[in-house]
Write a protein that binds this ligand. Structure first.
Ligand code: HEC
Ligand code: HEC
Length: 364
């Protein structure tokens, strides 16, 4: 082989290698090349979120999750979407004592508000039974008291719609619709729901002022209860503290005595006696918009909730230690104290989030 031949062969090999590399880049990086990263906007008002490393947020994935959230085909008779029980105008609750599913049957619990879920790491639902949002997303679809549909049928129904084939391709690189992908897309939309622009947030940045009553409410909320001292507070922050206004733990806040326990909460998940009647501590952001309150919707107003904490809480085997302190002497809040706390809670209503067009029905 002369040197001319040799260089020709080298050129050909180099050419083939280049083509192969280019080809492989094209297929391997297909997703990376076509999706746009979705940026969570917390206005700098919340801590760093815990984002799932294996489900990076993309514009396309969040949009697909949004479509699925508002999709009636997820339910057996096509009458109900996730959004039927989770309405944006009320921080994504349905304002019913207990939610009602496609068969018209009442569920067991009060629907939960949806925002800042990326920060919850102790489980989802009142009893924490779903460890992740992707797992959570598939449960209401199959729950006979809710949407009452099988995942296979959902996949068939979605596969018949071109807009879904297109959006799955944009989000995942091909148009295959699977349970896993439905879960991942809804997880992305759930994570995208952020509430961090209430009057409280603006006040912290000195862009808004509190009334005297709101300020007193704020101080009472974040102060330890100690009826012996001059400065005695309402102790709310132990469980509803921080800028998320929840620790997202599961606790018993004294709604019932052992004999009165009907819904066993976390116990249903773990089987441990020490978990009986423990429920997820809800965030108090947007709480003025989410009556009725508690896992069973037993309280209709914030005044009733405050009366519960002030003097109505009950002893039980799983009562949180912070509540023992409250129950011993009662919080001894005056009518004015309670009104101030309620006025402070109203500063947690976030119009930006409630009216964010990115969270609304994409089909309207
Ligand atoms: C029939 C009404 C209804 C429908 C439909 C429904 N939900 Fe819910 N949702 C609820 C109720 C009630 C709870 C609390 C249930 C419990 O704790 O057992 C809840 C809880 C949740 C939670 C837990 C929030 C938290 O802080 O732990 C998420 C997330 C959620 N729903 C998202 C969805 C999604 C996504 C869909 C659609 C796939 C959906 N929901 C469909 C009523 C409904
Ligand atoms: C020991 C922890 C703890 C303390 C202290 C505490 N809470 Fe709660 N809070 C909870 C738990 C747990 C729930 C949910 C209970 C349930 O539904 O079974 C809850 C529920 C609520 C709700 C209902 C929210 C909803 O969406 O249904 C409001 C409002 C509330 N608390 C306000 C307060 C206020 C105000 C204070 C201070 C006076 C306070 N909490 C003190 C643990 C606590």
């Amino acid at each position: 082989m002369n040197s001319q031949h040799r260089s020709l062969i080298i050129v050909i090999i180099a050419f083939i290698t280049c083509i192969t590399i280019l080809q492989s880049c094209k297929t391997d990086n297909n997703e990376v090349a076509t999706t746009t990263p979705y940026l969570l906007n917390t206005n700098g008002n919340l801590p760093q979120p815990l984002l799932p490393a294996d489900n990076p947020l993309t514009e396309e994935g969040v949009q697909l999750g949004r479509m699925l959230f508002y999709e009636n085909a997820l339910s057996r008779d096509g009458s109900q979407a996730c959004a039927s029980c989770h309405l944006q105008a009320t921080a994504f609750v349905d304002s019913l004592k207990l939610s009602i599913g496609v068969q018209g049957l009442e569920g067991r619990r009060n629907s939960m508000p949806l925002f800042n879920l990326a920060w919850h790491n102790k489980g989802f639902f009142w009893d924490g039974r779903a460890k992740t949002l992707r797992e959570q997303a598939l449960l209401p679809i199959q729950d006979e008291l809710e949407m009452d549909e099988t995942l296979d049928k959902v996949i068939n129904k979605l596969t018949a719609k071109n807009n879904y084939l297109d959006q799955f391709e944009l989000a995942f690189g091909d148009a295959t619709i699977t349970e896993e992908r439905i879960g991942l897309a809804i997880e992305q939309f759930m994570i995208s729901l952020v509430s961090a622009d209430a009057k409280y947030d603006k006040w912290k940045k000195e862009q808004a002022t509190f009334t005297e009553s709101e300020l007193r409410g704020y101080q009472l909320f974040f102060t330890e209860s100690n009826p012996q001292a001059i400065e005695s507070g309402a102790d709310c922050f132990h469980c509803h503290g921080g800028d998320l206004f929840t620790n997202a733990h599961l606790m018993n806040n004294g709604l019932d005595t052992d004999a009165e326990f009907t819904d066993l909460g976390l116990y249903e998940v773990t089987g441990l006696d020490s978990d009986k009647a423990k429920f997820k501590v809800p965030s108090l952001r947007n709480v003025a918009l989410t009556p009725p309150y508690m896992h069973d919707g037993r309280f209709e107003t914030l005044t009733q909730v405050l009366n519960h904490y002030n003097s109505g809480a009950k002893e039980s085997s799983t009562l949180d230690p912070n509540m023992h302190a409250i129950i011993e002497n009662g919080l001894q809040l005056s009518e004015q104290d309670m009104a101030d706390i309620i006025n402070f809670l109203h500063t947690l209503t976030d119009e930006t989030y409630l009216n964010n067009p990115a969270y609304s029905n994409p089909f309207e």
